[in-house]
Design a protein around this ligand. Sequence first.
Ligand SMILES: Cc1cc2nc3c(=O)[nH]c(=O)nc-3n(C[C@H](O)[C@H](O)[C@H](O)COP(=O)(O)OP(=O)(O)OC[C@H]3O[C@@H](n4cnc5c(N)ncnc54)[C@H](O)[C@@H]3O)c2cc1C
Length: 264
Amino acid sequence: MFRAEDYVKVRDLEEAYELCQKRSSLVVGGMVWMKMTSLTKRVIVDLSGLGLDEIEETEDGFSIGCMCSLRQLEVHEGLNRYFGGIFKECTRHIVGVQMRNCATVGGSIYGRFGFSDVLTCMMALDSYVELYKGGRIPLAEFAARPVSGKERDILVRMIIRKDGRKAAYASQRNSQTDFPLIACCVSRLGHYWDVSVGARPARAQVIRILDDGHDSLGQLAKEAAEHFTFGTNLRGSAGYRKALAQVYIRRLMESLTGRSVSKG
Ligand SMILES: Cc1cc2nc3c(=O)[nH]c(=O)nc-3n(C[C@H](O)[C@H](O)[C@H](O)COP(=O)(O)OP(=O)(O)OC[C@H]3O[C@@H](n4cnc5c(N)ncnc54)[C@H](O)[C@@H]3O)c2cc1C
């Protein structure tokens, strides 16, 4: 069971940052994940009084505060309209509505969990993490960093640029609300595909491939799946995951282009 001796609802980010520099302190989101651990902390730092629970849409993009819930992503009209419903699709299988009302975007991205649908989804977009001290960095760069207790920054918000890309998302689960066995997000901008695959079971990575019109979507999906490594755990084998990834990548590409699989 997770234990904490004290709780501070901070007045600003500087106070949160200072408190978090001690190993015995921890910033928390919805605590949905933390409560499953057996950590003991002296102080937990709550950001819920800082107005970081809004999704703001501008002409250029979306700004998603770290305290937004997964449910907010799921039902946000602007996000889902612009990105073809991928935020609804990537969240709707996560446990249940009550849980999604509590789990936060900050906790989901900062945690960089291997099984994360949300990380997989955002990785295929032009997305950035805004850290209080570290500034704005591409999500793919942040996701590649090892999760370490020494890293004591605060994820303030996510920025997703509207760059005109189309995107589609799919996951497969052994049962409806289980962790995903594989998670794929594909986006298309110009002649490029960005393909993100998570739950391999390692954390999501994204690759970019050129579509010059010479290869069928089946060939492109095969090429994309070859870029990733896959592992085995109790949910499925590496070989099964790779086969699923290839099929889902192709289907997502088809759904975005209307091009048929018949070429291979
Ligand atoms: C039973 C269960 C099943 C789940 N299934 C899925 C699933 O199928 N797919 C999926 O994508 N996710 C799944 N999740 C994960 C869930 O969606 C959230 O990602 C997770 O709960 C973390 O969000 P939180 O708000 O609870 O974070 P917390 O538990 O509060 O924090 C998690 C970590 O993030 C850090 N943190 C939180 N906020 C910040 C911040 N602003 N800045 C810096 N660090 C921060 C904390 O210090 C901690 O290390 C599941 C979780 C549970 C408990």
